[in-house]
Ligand binder design. Sequence first.
Ligand code: CTP
Ligand code: CA
Length: 237
Amino acid sequence: HRPDALPRDLEGLRVVVSAGGTREPLDPVRYLGNRSSGKQGYALARTAAQRGAQVTLVSAHTLPLPEPAGVDVVRVGTAAQLRDAVHAAAGTADVVVMAAAVADFRPVSSAEFKIKKTDRDPAPIALTRTADVLAELVAARTAGLLPDWQVIVGFAAETGDSGADVLDHARAKLKRKGCDLLVVNAVGEGKAFETEDNAGWLLSAAGAERPIALGSKAQLASEVWDSVVELVQSSSR
Ligand code: CTP
Ligand code: CA
């Protein structure tokens, strides 16, 4: 993708992108984490900057990735730190894209010192819920604490199961979250995690459902920004 071949249609917009996977500490050396590589979020941030946006990338843990040029990177570890960084940046943002894999639960407490091995089986790890950042952003916008034109984008990695297929789960999640766009990755069979390619759907709160062809994460990023531009243009800013 040649940056000079991209439209400058995000010029004048402030965007926040979260990326990577959070890590919730158990003790000073151990954590509860996930397999997010951060590649999709970094591609979204890079493409937005190339299209003229002023970009803040809130980056949780990722594989080693080059920092996208012209992007302000804020590094975070835990879900709580990611929450604080996203809320701090969202106040003046036109668009927030939650591409990060945020832990749903964290250990209730983190030991001050390294947990030592003993002859006995350890006690179960007690977990507690983290805040849902995406849902909080939507609630804050509804409450008038964020610009009412702000476009809020969520991501969902879904598998089908015995009760419902990927799209059923995704439609329900879009409603539950209340965001404007939901980017749905169909996972399993080597898709999404730790790979270069994605496939899925782009669902809008207005009911539009666009398939996203299997392609690079940069390609998916372009399609997401195309949809965001449409929403920004149709909103009363
Ligand atoms: N998300 C968030 N804060 C969390 C968990 C998730 O902001 N504590 C965001 C993710 O960044 C993503 C969206 O919510 O944009 C959907 O995440 P997902 O894990 O698919 O949804 P959940 O509501 O956590 O549902 P579940 O994991 O049970 O499928
Ligand atoms: Ca989750």
